[in-house]
Ligand binder design. Structure first.
Ligand code: SF4
Length: 418
């Protein structure tokens, strides 16, 4: 019997999908890349904001059509849609054979008739992979649905993280991204995220290690020193700051002010090495005044370490504190103002790229080749940031040295030099 998996949303969901794949394989099913060859499809959904929920429902309706084309086909609905909606997200649809919440692989193994499966590993391939170090979040930001979907923050054990890292490397990974909702909050006994990264980097010196989702509230100390000491811990920081106005950060419930982010960025800018920061921000947040917005816009262009901006407009998500509050206050920012502010932020993003373009052109740098023709630098996360395009084909899955010939924002033209 063959199965296919569609994994929507974030890298954490991707790791859950790889665990579902492992369970399916251990029950004797075979993975197929072609949905039409499959007898069963697992749709691992995302539902943290409206567009993601809509996308998940679109996929679901396509898969229900797929099921109707051949007798015996089955559908498993998994992930954050079931995790978020009380009616398990299936909308009571009979077409769905099994509904499992985010990462709930045990429910899958018992449905497959496997008894007492103690643990589930991950199975996958590719030059870069993700390693989930914790689940859930306890920060309770006013706009966020994730704590209601994935529960409170729970750290995975050091041993489980180390053994999963070994498995990903056996499966061919050359880069591993450490992911969680709030990675900086991970600790075990006296080991924090910085120490964990150091352990992993020492154990596997030929592997690139990348840190994702560093909330300023739990931002790890001594990161610049760590990046200087271990060249295989890539000098890259994915930092969802959400905003840079104290009044908006307060309304969001971020539990810190802009001073904390400024201190972090000043520390990074002082470092002797180039560190790239990816900001995630929300604009058009209820109550955001023009001066709040200008504080955000000006902040984003201020530091030389800033390289990427992922900007979103606020979405009124039912079940969040902000949804109710905005309904009561009626102070949502109108759509045209929100779109104007979003456009202004992406213009700042273009400016950041121009700064980095000047710094990268002509330099020889290391790149992980994700396929024969493209790869990514240490300053770019795969799938989301800038892509390196090679002047000639290379061997995929290797870390190679290239010379940056031309850098234009999201695309870097490079010539392999070794
Ligand atoms: S820290 Fe992130 S995941 Fe946690 S509640 Fe805030 S926005 Fe949501």
């Amino acid at each position: 019997m063959k199965y296919h998996i569609i994994s929507l949303g974030c890298p954490k969901n991707k790791v859950d999908s790889e665990r579902f794949a492992w369970v399916m394989n251990s029950a004797g099913w075979v993975f197929s890349n072609q949905p039409d060859e499959a007898d069963l499809i697992i749709l691992n959904t995302c539902a943290f904001i409206k567009p993601a929920t809509e996308e998940s429902l679109e996929y679901l309706s396509d898969i229900i059509n797929w099921k109707s084309e051949k007798i015996g086909r089955k559908i498993i609905l998994a992930g954050c849609l079931p995790g978020r909606y009380s009616d398990d997200g299936s909308g009571g649809l009979d077409d769905i054979d099994l509904v499992i919440g985010p990462g709930h692989w045990r429910k899958l193994s018992s449905w497959l008739g496997i008894t007492n499966q103690e643990s589930a590993q991950v199975i996958g391939s590719g030059s870069y992979r993700y390693l989930k170090i914790a689940n859930g979040c306890s920060n309770g930001c006013a706009f966020c649905t994730i704590p209601s979907i994935r529960g409170k923050f729970t750290a995975n054990s050091l041993d489980s993280i180390l053994s999963e890292a070994d498995l990903l490397i056996q499966q061919g990974a050359m880069e591993i991204g450490l992911v969680a909702q709030d990675s900086g909050n991970w600790t075990q006994d006296h080991t924090n995220l910085t120490a964990l990264a150091e352990i992993l980097a020492k154990r596997n010196p030929s592997i690139w290690w990348r840190l994702y989702y560093l909330h300023p509230l739990h931002f790890p100390k001594y990161l610049p020193e760590l990046f200087s000491k271990y060249t295989n811990i890539v000098p890259y920081i994915d930092m969802p700051i959400q905003h840079a106005s104290d009044s908006v950060l307060k309304r969001m419930g971020r539990k810190h002010g802009v001073k904390r982010i400024e201190t972090i960025m000043e520390q990074l800018d002082k470092a002797q090495i180039d560190i790239a920061v990816r900001y995630t921000v929300i604009t058009g947040y209820p109550g955001e005044t023009e001066s709040d917005f200008i504080k955000l816009r000006d902040f984003l262009g201020r530091y030389k370490s800033a390289r990427h901006i992922a900007a979103f407009s606020w979405y009124p998500e039912e079940g969040t504190l902000e949804y109710k509050r905005t309904m009561d206050k009626g102070d949502a920012v109108d759509d045209s103002t929100a779109s104007r502010r979003l456009a202004a932020i992406s213009a700042v993003g273009d400016g950041l790229y121009s700064n980095w373009d000047l710094r990268l052109e002509g330099r020889e740098v290391f790149v992980l080749a994700d396929d024969k023709h493209t790869g990514h630098t240490k300053w770019d996360a795969p799938e989301v940031d800038s892509v390196v395009s090679f002047t000639k084909s290379v061997e995929p899955g290797r870390i190679i040295k290239v010379k940056i010939l031309e850098s234009s924002g999201a695309v870097l033209m490079a010539e392999p030099v070794d």
